[in-house]
Design a binder for this molecule. Sequence first.
Ligand code: NAP
Ligand code: ZN
Ligand code: ZN
Length: 361
Amino acid sequence: MSEAARTSPTTFPAKAFAAPSPTGALAAHSIARRAPRPQDVQLEILFCGVCHSDLHQVRNEWKEVMPTVYPCVPGHEIVGRVTKVGTAVKKFKEGDIAAVGCMVDSCRVCSSCKAGEEQYCENMMTLTYNSEDKILGGVTYGGYSDSIVVDENYVLRVPNGLDPAGTAPLLCAGITTFSPLHHWKVGKGQKVGIVGLGGLGHMGLKFAHALGAHTVLFTTSAGKTEDAKRLGADEVVISKDADAMLKHAGSFNFILDCVSAQHDINAYLNLLRRDGTVCLVGAPEKPLPVASFNLLFGRRSLSGSAIGGIRETQEMLDFCGEHGITADIEKIRIQQINEAYDRLLKQDVKYRFVIDNSTLQ
Ligand code: NAP
Ligand code: ZN
Ligand code: ZN
């Protein structure tokens, strides 16, 4: 029986694209969404960014940590128009442009939730897709869909004047790079590296530049040099060039690693000054080896960071509104999603694919 056929009066059918298995192509699929509860906001999804995490998850590359439940409807960079609000909703009204990122709920009572760091909820946040759906049962379904229903506490306001399609990637690529740059207090007088010029990396460049740091982009793609400078890099280093890397040894305060695949992080640890930090936001399928001497000499740190809390995500959107920052995007039809995944793997994206969700009709 299809999910649409199983809908009850408390649900309604939505059009979506789903992956049927780790190897099958994404295709049209019908899902059930819950009818809004008093605290819920219903959105017609206008645009959804395509994150490399969607690809990792669809192909079950994170099976040890977050095994994928099929059919899987990915998408956590969502901008939409409010079509319905529950009776208790205060922050949104019909017709507003609003956004949803990587999480749609959390326990709200643990110390992380109370600190506004819901992404580190000790009882595990509810992710926008492939998380246990505590209301309908089964798993949550993401933004490769024509609608979504979310508790208003996990819905973000989109500042006036920001292009909705270019805003969608801010909900993951934006906050995931903004949050660590703030946590490690990146700013003027510091030398900061961004590794990998993809969706996350290009937002990291824009933010590091806007925060006033001397920003260096490390890339494996020589062809991205001019774009990197336009996006805010003061210097560009081709990471395959060992001599070029060596020139920067011991000089960085902070390096944000946005790479989606296997690579040598020791090469970046060696570029840190005393007490410097490499922060991983990239989440490759396999563990990355670390040579301990690269940490011991210089008391260097290797760290990681996951998305950002709801309050910080709103701060990031407001910062983007004030500074006129959005992602550089290539709009696609939902029917091009499988081709977009193939291109992501070839590092051929400038710099985020964004689905025009009206093509689901
Ligand atoms: P993306 O657009 O595909 O960009 C990844 C970039 O990494 C590529 O453009 C490329 O940059 C570089 N790269 C790819 N393969 C490489 C290789 N073999 N060696 C060296 N560099 C390589 O991906 P994304 O959407 O930005 O996501 C990046 C990673 O962050 C993914 O693993 C994703 O799952 C993860 N992520 C984590 C969080 C979090 O909360 N921590 C949130 C979102 C995403 P160059 O061409 O410039 O070398
Ligand atoms: Zn993401
Ligand atoms: Zn919690």
